[in-house]
Design a protein around this ligand. Sequence first.
Ligand code: GAL
Length: 412
Amino acid sequence: MLKKTILAATVALTAGAVWAEPQAEVLHWWTSGGEAKSVAVLMEEFAGRGGTWTDMPVAGGGGDAAMTALRARVLSGNAPTAVQLKGPAIQEWYEEGVLANINAVGVEQNWDELLPTAIADHMKCDGEYCAAPVNVHRVNWMWGNAQVLADAGLEMPTTWAEFNAAAEKLQGMGITPLAHGGQAWQDATMFESIAVGLGGAEFFQAAFVDLDEATLTSDTMVAVFDQLRTLRGFVDDDFSGRDWNLATAMVMNGEAAFQIMGDWAKGEFMAAGLEPGKDFLCAPTPGGGYLYNVDSFAMFSVEGDDKIAGQNLLAELIMGENFQEVFNLNKGSIPARLDVALDSFDYCARRSGYDMDVASGNGSLMPSYAHGMALRGAQAGAITDTVTAFFNSDMSSADAVAALATAVKNSM
Ligand code: GAL
């Protein structure tokens, strides 16, 4: 009798697990050509395993609009199943008590062995996995139109002085040197790329991770703002509010020579059928350094076996070898998993992988502040507000560093 009951219970449990059809409502901001193509890989794999995906895309590069939408959903007690979320924001939501635990999947798939420690740490809440990483984007890249540069007799610049000289030459030829979209996060992307190049990793760490006041107001920071001011002179008149992928399109069609943007821009070039090294060129922004930006999905506490099954399935697929390769070939990034070879990737991705190895070896791998990897929302927002105010006015660099220090202090 007892044996029979146990048997029945086991059958019920197993059946329960099998019967819960995975469901997931997924909030993300991947709506551009390259981004949509990339997230489709996850949708297809999810459907292929019997899952039902309810898409909740919130357009807006960098994810500001998506994060506003998320806040509204959580406040109304109706969190999505899975959310594109990254860096310290994962911890901020965990502290609100609204994240689910996917540690069982992480342990079963041995994520600790498969991920670099720094990435694994971002994905853990109090030591247990609460998010799964899809990639590593490098933020400080520069993209160039190969034909435009060849016609002007230019190569990809390796110093900011070279960049400025090239831009002046292009301007003289009637070509917009720099395609830019005037949105706060895009201004911040250029700003931090200049900062790591001009100041180096230690400066970057002191300024944008440690928020050291002396560094925020240093002569080097003044020089960073000076270079941002110079870049302001290289953008066209219609830059205000332009989406980043439209700026990428300007480089594609030869309307502009360069764009400073993370390697999601490569996803756009590729989605348009263009080839790296032939149609477009990539190079780290002058001065180098490596600013990383890891996209990930965090799971929110939801009720229902089907949704929980959906979260576990998503976590399993996201860290799958095939997904990490195919997704990143489309997205422009490189896999977060250390054991996925880059053989099928182009030279930009291989350069990214190589530079990341070198940077993590010598302690110069830096988290992107502009893409939510280095700071909590309030501090990152304070810096970005100052940068944008500077970019859109004639504020002096001296005033900008003073404003920067004040804004950071007020945000604490
Ligand atoms: C970044 C994100 C990338 C890309 C980009 C533009 O913050 O990490 O995956 O989507 O925004 O939307």
